[in-house]
Ligand binder design. Structure first.
Ligand code: SF4
Ligand code: SF4
Length: 156
């Protein structure tokens, strides 16, 4: 029986090692290997004056995927502007009701909508580069490096 537990433990360690290896390889491939040192403490999230969650940029860079969805709670757009960015973006109106961008009434088409989550590559263009997230980060991660790169990327 002891041998079974031993083998299960070894198997678990190997799975964890493989996961960590995949995450590290992805972060290195993205050009931001330092992102794996982020421990998602959430301090940068509380410091953003425009409601972005800067950890979303870290997560996108770690995954090497600029389309990673992240929190962006104070971004306001007209529906046609939101549609140009991403037709699948979750949106609500000023009353907090869900807005389906693919099925708008004439009134909804005129009213501004609030974003709750958006792709990191688009969220970067709304960042005002105030630097709060970097200043408050306990390990001083250069989050704005990712944001500036995403803003400059041709995909924006
Ligand atoms: S403050 Fe720094 S360590 Fe904390 S979640 Fe943000 S980037 Fe990560
Ligand atoms: S630099 Fe951008 S993401 Fe960071 S706190 Fe300022 S507005 Fe938010």
């Amino acid at each position: 029986m002891k041998r079974v537990f031993f083998l299960v433990n070894i198997g678990c360690y190997l799975v964890i090692l493989a996961y960590v290896g995949i995450v590290a390889a992805s972060a290195v491939a993205s050009g931001y290997p330092w992102t794996i040192t982020c421990y998602n403490c959430g301090l940068c999230r509380q410091s953003c004056p425009i409601g972005l969650d800067p950890y979303g940029f870290i997560a996108a860079a770690t995954a090497n995927d600029r389309t990673t969805m992240m929190q962006a709670v104070n971004v306001k757009l007209l529906p046609h502007e939101a549609a140009l960015l991403d037709r699948n973006m979750p949106l609500v109106n000023s009353a907090g009701q869900r807005v389906d961008i693919n099925n708008l009434t004439p009134e909804q088409a005129r009213d501004e909508v609030f974003v709750s989550r958006m792709q990191a590559r688009y969220a970067a263009s709304f960042c005002i580069l105030c630097g709060n997230c970097e200043r408050i980060c306990p390990i001083k991660l250069p989050i704005m490096t990712i944001i500036k790169d995403y803003r400059n990327a041709a995909s924006l």
